[in-house]
Design a protein around this ligand. Structure first.
Ligand code: C2E
Ligand code: MG
Ligand code: MG
Ligand code: MG
Length: 284
């Protein structure tokens, strides 16, 4: 980044920026070995039925327990893994581990329906030709019914998607796997386009519900969410809301007809036994 300027031939590069670049480089080169050494782990965040407060499943969220940097969140390494292609084996590991965990919950569960598992898919995984085959193999090996799995794809990954990209998702949906449109509302997609996508769930982005954390709730936010819920329901899509942090938010979103919710108000992402405990409790 050093560049010629005036009498000084070189200007010092921004030291912070350099440090970030070095860290990024270090993390990128460490990724493959980290996968082999088993440094990744998954936290599970409960998904709650708004109607009765019951836990109906969980979203798998990957973390990296880095030997020097401590626990890193997905925003710090998923983009790097995407860039280098490691996301494909990493994503496969997450799927395998999360599906295995879901089977484990199902075996121990006594009442209400079986717990479902949501797994995030990144754009590079969507484009990988082995996606359908790998997913089916993971489900079969674990013995989980496809209907217990929901794959989350961001709205922005599907904007302008051609049939070639949608085909694997259609195949998975035909097998009974649910497809959710993640971070919905941030991608400026054409609403009419929704009909064309093989999705059965909209995950409404946190930004829409921020204005509802405390009373008085922003009336425009209410109207927008109300409109999205009614559109989604008329297309027979279920609505999940992300980032529910307060009781005020939960009450309003329930009144607006949202089906399921996820957020710190209910539970933070945590170890798998949290799910087991919560799901056996009456409701949260
Ligand atoms: P996402 O799929 O939209 O996941 C929800 C994010 O919101 C998670 O962040 C979660 O910890 C956070 N969150 C949940 N409840 C609340 C709340 O009440 N308030 C606030 N402020 N935040 C809340 P996290 O775990 O850092 O994950 C970030 C993103 O990384 C995810 O966003 C997802 O896009 C991606 N990601 C996570 N795991 C995987 C994975 O296994 N594969 C891929 N491809 N992407 C992943
Ligand atoms: Mg997600
Ligand atoms: Mg999301
Ligand atoms: Mg989000």
């Amino acid at each position: 980044r050093a560049k010629a300027r005036g009498g000084n031939r070189f200007e010092l590069a921004d030291p912070e920026l350099d440090e970030r670049a070095i860290t990024r480089h270090g993390l990128t080169t460490a990724l493959p070995a980290a996968l082999e050494r088993g440094e990744f782990f998954i936290e599970y965040q409960p998904l709650v039925h708004m109607g009765d407060g019951r836990v109906h499943g969980a979203e798998a969220l990957v973390r990296w327990s880095h030997p020097q940097h401590g626990v890193l969140g997905p925003d710090q390494f998923i983009p790097l893994a995407e860039h280098t292609g490691l996301i494909v084996p990493l994503g496969r590991w997450v799927l395998q581990e999360a599906v295995r965990q879901a089977c484990d919950w199902q075996q121990h569960r006594t009442e209400s329906g079986p717990l479902r598992i949501n797994v995030n898919l990144s754009p590079a995984q969507l484009q990988h030709p082995g996606l359908v085959k790998d997913t089916v193999a993971v489900l079969e090996r674990a013995g989980l019914e496809p209907g217990a799995l929901c794959l989350e794809v961001t709205e922005s990954a599907l904007i302008g998607a051609d049939e070639g990209l949608l085909q694997p998702l259609r195949q998975l949906a035909a097998l009974g796997v649910d497809i959710a449109l993640d971070d919905f509302g941030t991608g400026y997609s054409n609403l009419a386009n929704l009909r064309r996508l093989p999705v059965s769930v909209l995950k409404l982005d946190r930004s829409f519900t921020k204005g509802m954390q405390q009373a008085p709730v922003d009336p425009v936010d209410l109207k927008i969410v109300e409109g999205i819920v009614s559109l989604a329901h008329s297309l027979e899509l279920a609505v999940t809301v992300e980032g529910v942090e307060t009781g005020v938010q939960a009450d309003r979103l329930r009144e607006l007809g949202c089906d399921t919710a996820q957020g710190w108000y209910y539970a933070r992402p945590g170890p798998p036994d949290q799910l087991h405990t919560l799901s056996l409790a009456d409701a949260i």
